[in-house]
Design a protein around this ligand. Structure first.
Ligand SMILES: C[S@@+](CC[C@H](N)C(=O)[O-])C[C@H]1O[C@@H](n2cnc3c(N)ncnc32)[C@H](O)[C@@H]1O
Length: 391
């Protein structure tokens, strides 16, 4: 299709053009005029990629990543970081307005643009790589613009070993340590002196089998199967926002607590905390974190929030940090019955957040919605919301 004018961006950062139907165009910006090859043609919409730019936007910047065309990781590298932040703030505003009728989204809190990721999952096909856009084909890489520099040094080194049998490689780093987790393979650990812990097919070949992160004098154990926020700066920004909202009169429930990080971070400022989490490995880490930080006013419970939570729980403040699908109906019902004065909702998906706020706003006033950048160069955006009980 020739001479399509891009009139808007969708929430995945794709350009939108209108003909007799809507066409979503990757790597196209508002006011650009482009020739497009249609890659998917559905009844109500099409998807396409640019084959020629007739007119480019002044907001377009050259991507610094040599894999950007093909790699499925980033989607906003063709706009400056400043514009990315505007896009994300607007995205949260639009979604929250459209699906929950609220108009109180504040300014986005930035992170850093490059080298922020403390964890990468790499697939192997002769060389190491990421999945390509919308496929399980692997694009080989030796450097990733958004990964921690120590991860990139390891990727270069790993690309030069015999990768024959290896299927998957996960590299995680903290401010002090490095962990390498290999699936289905062999590795000579002597070649990786800089790595603190090496695990191959669930066997610890070197180190403790976990790595330690340190934030504000708190130590956090990270095991290979536990969730941990991937951007240290973004994580600290979000946790500080949560900390701002709690006080010493509060019994706190920390739902979807992972390795207990939020609860442990705020424990010194509140009466007590109970964390609930479904992942056994994360709960084990949380209990170690409690012990090594000498924090006594926190406890953890293993289980599915949706079934464990009921109206016998007592809390002045409930913190929720669910995965992308947000809160299930049962959980929302129970939180409302528990009647906490405050709810602090940490969200990684504005659409499910808006759906949940639409229900919660009947019993709670939404005082603040603050977007946070956590995944620079991608369309993902986090938010922290403060809700106050109406009666
Ligand atoms: C976005 S992470 C947040 C973890 C933690 N708050 C943090 O900041 O590191 C979501 C967590 O919810 C857990 N989870 C997912 N579904 C759950 C459920 N139904 N019940 C309890 N925990 C769940 C995941 O294992 C994961 O640790």
């Amino acid at each position: 299709m020739k001479n399509l004018k891009i009139v808007n961006l969708d929430h995945f950062g794709r350009g939108i053009a209108k003909t007799d139907k809507t066409i979503f165009v990757e790597d196209a910006l508002i006011d650009e005029i482009v020739d497009v090859e249609i890659t998917t043609d559905k009844k109500k919409y099409s998807e396409g990629k640019v084959i020629k730019y007739i007119k480019k936007s002044p907001l377009r910047v050259a991507s610094k990543c040599k894999y950007y065309d093909k790699c499925g990781g980033c989607n906003l590298l063709h706009i400056s970081y400043e514009e990315q932040l505007k896009f994300k703030e607007n995205k949260v505003k639009e979604i929250i307005k459209k699906f929950s009728g609220l108009d109180c989204v504040g300014k986005i809190v930035p992170s850093v643009q490059y080298n922020y990721r403390n964890k990468v999952t790499l697939h192997v096909n002769k060389k190491i790589g990421y999945y390509q856009k919308k496929s399980y084909d692997i694009i080989n890489i030796d450097d990733c613009l958004i990964a921690d520099k120590r991860i990139n040094s390891l990727i270069k080194k790993l690309n030069n070993i015999d990768l024959n049998s290896i299927k998957k490689i996960v590299i995680r780093v903290t401010n002090k340590e490095i962990m390498l987790v290999i699936t289905n393979g062999k590795i000579n650990i002597d070649e990786f002196k800089e790595v603190d812990t090496i695990i191959v097919d669930n066997q610890i070949l070197k180190g403790k089998g976990y790595i330690l992160e340190e934030i504000n004098n708190l130590k956090f154990v990270i095991s290979p199967n536990s969730f941990f926020q991937v951007n240290r700066i973004g994580m600290i920004n979000i946790y500080n926002q949560v900390l701002k909202y709690v006080d010493n009169s509060m019994n706190v429930l920390d739902l979807y607590c992972g390795t207990g990080t939020i609860g442990l971070y705020i424990a010194h400022k509140v009466k007590d905390v109970l964390g609930i989490e479904i992942n056994e490995s994360a709960i084990k880490d949380a209990l170690i974190n409690k012990r090594i930080n000498n924090i006594s006013n926190i406890n953890f419970k293993l289980g599915d929030v949706g079934t464990v939570l009921n109206d016998n729980f007592k809390a002045d403040c409930v913190i929720v940090d669910p995965p992308r699908f947000g809160l299930d109906e049962n959980t929302i019902k129970n939180i409302i019955k528990i009647k906490p004065q405050k709810i602090i909702y940490v969200s990684c998906d504005p659409v499910t957040l808006a759906r949940d706020l639409k229900i919660l706003k009947k019993s709670y006033k939404i005082l603040e919605i603050t977007p946070f950048d956590m995944f620079s160069n991608t369309y993902h955006v986090e938010s922290v919301i403060l809700l106050q009980r109406k009666d």
